[in-house]
Design a protein around this ligand. Structure first.
Ligand SMILES: [Mn+2]
Length: 166
């Protein structure tokens, strides 16, 4: 993760705190998709980025207990300066109508695939049970405080991808 962290930090320093950032995930979003997208948004807010939108076109009401769920799909803009895509390694699985073809893409995922076919900056760890598990380490490394809201997202994402249903 060290190399990714270095590249990520470098990329972020080009952005002003009021830059428009977008978070996306895959079609037919599952628990880890919803949770990791919201967790990233909350973390970017903690880093001082104020304008972070989340686009999950077919987001599920099942997840309306998640923090800031009501902000998903709100305030979408035609263009973004950076997009973070979670939980999918395939460009054709990314779900959005926003044109991101020319936008700098950061991809974070845990799927074991050779079809990892996009992203200017990517981090994949197939040994992780969920993208949310990767995010826990990522946030720790970035010294982002794991708030209650972030913890709810990470916990639910891991629970959802490990099929542990208490
Ligand atoms: Mn997942």
């Amino acid at each position: 993760m060290t190399e990714f962290l270095k590249d990520f930090a470098k990329q972020m320093q080009y952005l002003k705190k009021d830059a428009n950032l977008l978070v996306l995930t895959h079609k037919k979003p599952d628990g880890d998709a919803h949770c990791s997208a919201i967790a990233i948004k909350l973390a970017l807010n903690k880093l001082g980025y104020k304008n972070v939108d989340i686009n999950i076109p077919n987001c599920l009401e099942d997840f309306d207990f998640l923090p800031e769920f009501e902000k998903v799909n709100c305030g979408l803009k035609p263009k973004y300066e950076l997009v973070i895509i979670v939980d999918t390694p395939e460009f054709n699985r990314v779900d959005t109508k926003v044109d991101i073809t020319k936008t700098f893409k950061v991809v974070i995922d845990h799927h074991n695939t050779e079809d990892f076919n996009f992203g200017e900056l990517k981090y994949v760890d197939p040994s992780a049970t969920a993208t949310c598990e990767i995010l826990f380490d990522f946030f720790q490394q970035l010294k982002i405080k794991i708030t209650k809201d972030i913890a709810i997202c990470l916990y639910c994402g891991i629970l959802s991808d490990t099929e542990v249903n208490y």
